[in-house]
Design a protein around this ligand. Structure first.
Ligand SMILES: Cc1cc2nc3c(=O)[nH]c(=O)nc-3n(C[C@H](O)[C@H](O)[C@H](O)COP(=O)(O)OP(=O)(O)OC[C@H]3O[C@@H](n4cnc5c(N)ncnc54)[C@H](O)[C@@H]3O)c2cc1C
Length: 457
């Protein structure tokens, strides 16, 4: 059987980006549909509730890093309850010489911390007076070495990039991956002086941002956010379980063909198509794109990530009094970092217990993604016992989640990619190539892009 649908806008992908787009399209009264290959909406956001634990298979927390993310929660109202992490979240650990050291937050902490060398601490005083860089493709490692010193690269920036990108600062390019930081240097000539000047300028202009940069989740876990978006956007708008999706431009729009869960052919005629899927999916989905457009897009590299969720009904390891700990590459461990979600969100573990999220793999250890479960368990057992001060490793929850295309790596090839996206969109009016291949990888970035896509159409 063949099912035919006509709509003004077809959104492809029902992860956080596609769901936010759909939510705002619905709010604006637009005629739209969403096609998703999986039988459920949510993308990589998936919460599991098991034996008194609540844990995430994908992202654990977001940062309220822009106004549109804050507005989304206002707009969702009672459909979804924002949960802001407790104060303990501000304490972050970095492993140095096998010991956890708290990342300093104030001047005094910065002076006494063993994380950075005395020479680099002195050198930091000169940061506001150093010349801005001139190479737009300078890597983050080069930028940090130039402005701050090697120990800051090794014990602050390297673990930060592991924590956010599962990436490598010698590949990541700040212009694309950390544009706010890049612009501070380019506009004001310094990170430290620039932050102060920027804050003063905003105050003078009366710009009040609602982006508090607090760490958030939602009550009951992040799936309650994607569920709320799915339901508020209108469940009937979603075509779930649609495989083999293929887009073709036709006069006045696009024809999108796929196969539904009952093996029916599905043909959607749409005036506009918004793709929110990963770059690696585009070649087969949009095989009409000439090589000059699709190649720079699909060349995007992704970090493979393995996340192991550990639940303990009775916790007798180290005190969990922070956000978690990150492990610099120099420490030569098999784990990238450990988050302590039960330490800063209530109800994630039974009283007296703990919920941990262990991250492994990343761009430097893609081999871990392919390891059998028993091997991953053996590594986690050894590492977590020593890192978290446990005598025995007997978790009540041990859950492995694997992501082959977890986090896109914004390197020097972004310029060519963004150019190709723009040219493809110009050549095929009504086509929008979005998703986390551009505009940021964090959840707040995804919400911002989703809202902007809806506003734009
Ligand atoms: C393990 C992990 C941990 C993370 N941790 C954090 C974190 O702590 N904080 C943070 O802010 N961000 C984190 N992120 C990043 C953040 O989760 C993502 O950027 C965001 O959720 C991506 O949303 P999306 O909608 O753009 O993509 P996705 O969630 O990937 O959604 C894309 C959707 O498109 C669908 N799709 C793909 N191909 C097709 C096709 N051919 N036809 C139809 N549908 C298709 C997919 O099934 C999917 O549902 C993490 C990501 C991962 C993987």
């Amino acid at each position: 059987m063949s099912i035919q649908i006509e709509t003004d806008i077809l959104v492809i992908g029902a992860g956080l980006t596609g769901l936010t787009t759909a939510f705002y399209l619905n709010k604006a009264g637009k005629n739209f549909m969403v096609a998703e290959v999986k039988p459920v909406a949510g993308g990589v956001i998936q919460t599991i509730e098991q034996d008194g634990f609540i844990f995430e298979k994908g992202p654990n927390t977001g940062v309220l890093g822009n106004d549109l993310a804050v507005e989304l929660f206002d707009d969702l109202g009672e459909a979804c309850q924002l949960e802001i992490a407790g104060k303990s979240v501000n304490k972050r650990y970095i492993l140095k010489d096998g010991r956890w050291e708290a990342l300093p937050s104030g001047v005094l902490g910065g002076i006494v911390t063993p994380l950075f060398t005395f020479a680099d601490k002195l050198r930091l005083l000169g940061e506001p007076f150093r010349k801005p860089g001139t190479n737009p493709n300078e890597t983050l490692a080069e930028l940090v070495r130039r402005r701050m010193g090697k120990s800051f690269l090794d014990y602050a920036v390297d673990p930060f990039i592991l924590g956010v990108y599962a990436g490598d600062p010698t590949y990541i390019v700040p212009k694309y991956a950390l544009p706010k930081l890049y612009n501070l240097e380019q506009k004001y000539g310094s990170f430290i002086g620039g932050s102060v000047k920027q804050a003063r300028e905003k105050k003078k202009l009366g710009i009040v941002s609602r982006a508090t940069r607090e760490i958030f989740s939602v009550k009951g876990g992040l799936s309650n956010l994607t569920k709320a978006l799915y339901q508020s956007a209108g469940e009937s708008k979603f075509l779930l379980g649609i495989s083999d999706l293929s887009v073709q431009p036709v006069h006045g729009g696009f024809v999108v063909v796929g196969v539904d869960a009952d093996k029916n052919e599905m043909i959607v005629k749409a005036k506009k198509v918004i793709s929110t899927v990963g770059a690696h999916r585009l070649k087969t989905m949009m095989n009409f794109l000439p090589e000059e457009f699709y190649k720079p897009i699909v060349n995007l590299q992704y970090a493979k990530v393995v996340q192991v969720s550990l639940g303990f009904k009775q916790w007798d390891g180290m005190k969990l009094d922070g956000f978690g700990g990150l492990i610099p590459h120099k420490e030569n461990r098999q784990v990238l970092g450990v988050l302590f979600p039960s330490a800063f969100f209530p109800d994630r573990a039974p009283e007296g217990g703990a919920m941990l999220s262990v991250f492994m793999g990343g761009v430097r250890r893609p081999d871990i993604y392919d390891m059998p479960d028993e091997e991953i368990r053996r590594i986690v057992d050894k590492e977590i016992k020593s890192l978290m001060g446990l005598k025995e490793f007997n978790p009540d929850i041990f859950h492995i989640s694997r992501y082959k295309h977890a986090i896109p790596q914004y390197g020097a090839d972004c310029a060519e990619r963004f150019d190709a996206v723009e040219k493809a969109q110009e050549k095929y009016p009504g086509l929008i190539i979005a998703g986390n291949l551009r505009n940021g990888i964090g959840m707040a970035d995804r919400i911002q892009q989703g809202r902007q896509l809806a506003d734009a159409v």
